[in-house]
Design a protein around this ligand. Structure first.
Ligand code: GLN
Length: 491
């Protein structure tokens, strides 16, 4: 029999439904595996809560009331609030914080009535408040990449990508503000999708940049991502003011559709100087596969690709500086022991609770929003953001999906960019445009590049075209085996 950890979400769900296995024994297996992990992927466990959820899933399976993914284990990025596990957002500011409620995404995936029935194994490490591209901004510890433990797993959902790649859990949640699902998926050789902005509720997702933050699944296959995304999405109008009133969909419905005649736009700006040759070769080979599957490659241009970096690194910090004002030691967060008056308490609490990158962004954000600079930076960035979104609509006149690399390089070495924040920002160049436009995007394993490290192919779709993206990713996975390869050295 195949080991549980070698099975997909789809296969585990089928065996659980057929009662070949129980949710309790499956949960036990993944819990033991995850607790033995040394990569740093997990920040917390609560074995009693995990086993209680598994028992509940078994009861629902027995009663015939179970959700579509009942009993399948997963783990949540520690940016989603959970009532039965601590939530830290990777920050000392929230050490020991316990939310009184579950995030909507947690509730929809979980064993509560109406949920998909998945069992939460634990909370996954991430960059502090999801700010970063390597997981090294976690206040707790970095995470190592299972393909090469001297390298980063990507970020900010680095715990999620490392845990799925090492088969500690079959799937995880991530959040993507400027690439944090797609880039770690690419760096760890797994699949991850960020839906259209507004499709997944942000309620209970600790806010970084509210106009960009979106939740999504990370798993080994496109099919598993489709199954989870179908559970995650849907209106949450009473709780999230930017939630879209668009019904949930079965995103797996078109997985096997033919790609004959699919027009894939190839933005020339994604293939310029600075793209590592090994990444380029893997992406080119994947595109050739698509041609074999009947797709046509169409040259396109996204002329403001480079501008997406300054635009994002104005808008995201601006929103962060506002969102993070609630962590003042009174409303939320760490409170200093050592203060004289109210202002000194605020100052010291925030100085002690936040890490360096978070402080950098709060200061940048406060600066670009301040009187006298607002027009020059923030307003200007908003205008260019609109133009970036328009460029995509121009491109979608001549193509159905857009393809290119996720990142300019494979996963870098731990410590390589820690002293150079701008080097980290520049590496986001290919994921930021879709984020700024609010478009859905995914990363699908496309091969291996420099030093044998995984390379992801990015597919970007027009609004609400998640099913089409997952179809394209699934067909590539039927023609290739990159998503089935396992990092050497993992048990
Ligand atoms: N690397 C980007 C940042 O640091 C994106 C992070 C994210 O998507 N959460 O802002």
């Amino acid at each position: 029999m195949t080991a549980f950890h070698d099975m997909t979400v789809a296969a585990l769900a089928a065996d659980l439904r057929a009662k070949k296995v129980s949710a309790a024994e499956v949960a036990q297996h993944f819990l033991a595996r995850s607790q033995a992990d040394t990569s740093g992927a997990f920040l917390s466990f609560n074995p009693e809560a995990t086993m209680a959820q598994a028992k509940e899933a078994d009861a629902q399976l027995a009663a015939g009331t179970a959700g579509a993914l009942a009993g399948v284990p997963m783990a949540h990025k520690d940016i989603f609030v959970t009532s039965d596990f601590p939530t830290t957002a990777g920050s000392k500011m929230l050490a020991g914080y316990r939310s009184p409620f579950d995030a909507t995404v947690v509730r929809k995936l979980g064993v509560q009535a109406g949920g998909a029935g998945m069992v939460n194994v634990g909370k996954l490490n991430c960059d502090e408040f999801a700010m970063g591209s390597s997981n090294e901004n976690s206040a707790y510890r970095p995470v190592t990449n299972p393909w090469d433990t001297s390298r980063v797993p990507g970020g900010s959902s680095g715990g999620s990508s490392a845990a799925v790649a090492a088969r500690l859990v079959p799937a995880a949640t991530g959040t993507d503000t400027g690439g944090s699902i797609r880039q770690p998926a690419s760096f760890c050789g797994i699949t991850g999708i960020k839906p259209t902005y507004g499709r997944a509720s942000r309620y209970g997702m600790i806010a970084y940049a509210s106009s960009l933050d979106q939740a999504g699944p990370m798993a080994r296959t496109a099919e598993d991502c489709a199954l989870m995304l179908s559970a995650i999405c849907g209106p949450d109008l009473d709780r999230d003011s930017t939630s879209l009133d668009v019904p949930a969909e079965n995103f797996a419905r078109d997985l096997n559709a033919s790609l004959d005649g699919l027009r894939i736009g190839i933005p020339k700006e994604f293939f310029g100087e600075g793209l590592a040759p090994g990444v380029r070769a893997a992406v080119d080979a994947a595109l050739k596969e698509y041609v074999k599957l009947g797709a046509k490659l169409v040259p396109i241009s996204l002329p403001r690709t480079e501008l997406s970096i300054p635009v994002y690194y104005i808008i995201a910090p601006a929103e962060a500086s506002s969102n993070l004002s609630r962590f003042d030691g009174v409303k939320f967060g760490h409170r200093t022991k050592d203060y004289t008056d109210l202002v000194s308490m605020y100052k010291r609490s925030r100085a002690e609770g936040f890490g360096e990158e978070v402080k950098r962004r709060i200061m940048t954000g406060a600066y670009v929003l301040s009187h006298g600079y607002y027009d020059a930076y923030y307003l200007q960035a908003q205008k260019i953001r609109r133009m970036i979104a328009d460029d995509f609509q121009q491109a979608f006149q001549v193509c159905d999906v857009i393809a290119g690399p996720v990142a300019p390089s494979v996963a870098w070495k731990l410590g390589e960019k820690t002293d150079d924040p701008v080097a980290n920002y520049l590496a986001d160049i290919f994921t930021l445009p879709a984020s700024l436009a609010g478009l859905p995007g995914l990363s699908v394993p496309a091969g291996f590049g420099e030093e044998g490290m995984p390379v992801g192919l990015q597919l970007i779709g027009n609004y609400f075209k998640e099913a089409q993206l997952l179809n394209a990713a699934h067909r590539l996975q039927q023609a290739t085996d990159f998503h089935l390869r396992q990092p050497g050295g993992t048990p």
